[in-house]
Design a protein around this ligand. Sequence first.
Ligand SMILES: [Zn+2]
Ligand SMILES: [Zn+2]
Length: 341
Amino acid sequence: MPTSQMVRANSVARALNVVGDRWSLLILSEAFMGTRRFTDWRDRIGIASNVLTDRLKRLVAAGCLTPVTRDGGARSSEYRLTQMGRDLYPTALMVWRFARNWSANRAHTSTLTHLDCGQEMVPQLICRACGKEVRAHEVRYEDGPGAGLTSKAPPRHSRRASAPTEGGGSQTLFGEAVDLIGDRWTQLVLASFFMGIRRHDDIVREWKIATNILADRLKRLLESGVVQRRLYQQGPDRFEYVLTPKGLDLYPLVASLLAWGDRWLAEKAGPPMLLYHKPCGHRLEMAVVCDRCGGDLDPHNVKYEVRLLGEGRRRAAAKAESPAVVTARPAARTRAAPDRT
Ligand SMILES: [Zn+2]
Ligand SMILES: [Zn+2]
C-alpha cells in the first residue's frame, strides 16, 4: 500500500470507525437505557427505518450488538448489547456529562442517580492509581508497542450530516454533543488538538484528511466554541487552533473512547500509544465513577430520569434549585438496563 494511504495507528481512529457516526452513537446510547426493539429505536431517536437497519447491521458486524434469536427462527427485531458494546458505557456517560455542562439552555433535561449511594451525581473520569480526575494537560503520551503506520481508515461514515439538521440529536439528551462527536472527522480533528497537533498542515499530514473536509470541520468547531484561532506567524498570516475551556472539557470523552479502542480494537502488538498520568506518574488506567461517593458506575446501578420543565417553571426551578422531577418516559425506560449476557 502506498504510504500516502497510511496514517499513524491510533485507538481513537479505530474506535471512530465503529461508533464515529451520530446515528450509531444514538442507537448505543438508547441501548444503555434499555431500548432493544427496532420500533422503539425508530420512534425514540427519529431515525428512518432504512438508516436504522443499516446502522444496526454495522453495529452487529462490529461486535457491539447481537440480534436476539427467537424460537422458530423468526427474523429478530430485537438486539442486545454485547460485552464490547456494554464497555462503551463510560463513554456514553462522558457524552452525557459534556451535554450537561454545556447544553445551550441550562436546564438540562435529565438526571443520573447512583443507586449504590442514592445520590444525584455527575459521572467523573479518574485515574485508577491516584483517584484524581483526569485532565487534558495532565496526560503524557508515548509510542506504545502497537505504534506505527496503519492503512488509512475507510471513509465509511464521512458522508456526513453536513448540517446538524438530520434529526435525532437535538431531541435527545445528548443534543449538541452528538453533533460534535457523532462525526468521525470532527472527532479525529479534536483528538489531534489533545495530542498537541494544532496546525492545519500538521492535521492534514496526521490523518490524510482532505483540505475541504478539514476546513468544514474546523469551521464547525469554531462555531461551536470548542476551539479558537491563534495567530502564530505574520505575513503570510498563519493560525493554529487552541482548545477553549469547552473544548478541553471534551477530553474525558475522547480519552474514554481511546481506552475502549485500546481494549477492543488494538492489534496483537498492543496499544499504539501509552498514556501516563503526570500527577502520579503511573500508566493511566481510567475509570468512570460517581462524583459523590467515588463508586464504580454501570448500567445497572445508575438511574436515568428525564426532567420535564415548562418555560416558567424552568426559570423558577433554576433559582430554587429544587426542580420538579418527573419521570417522563415509561418506567421500563428509566430503569431498564440491558441484560447481562
Ligand atoms: Zn494518577
Ligand atoms: Zn455514588
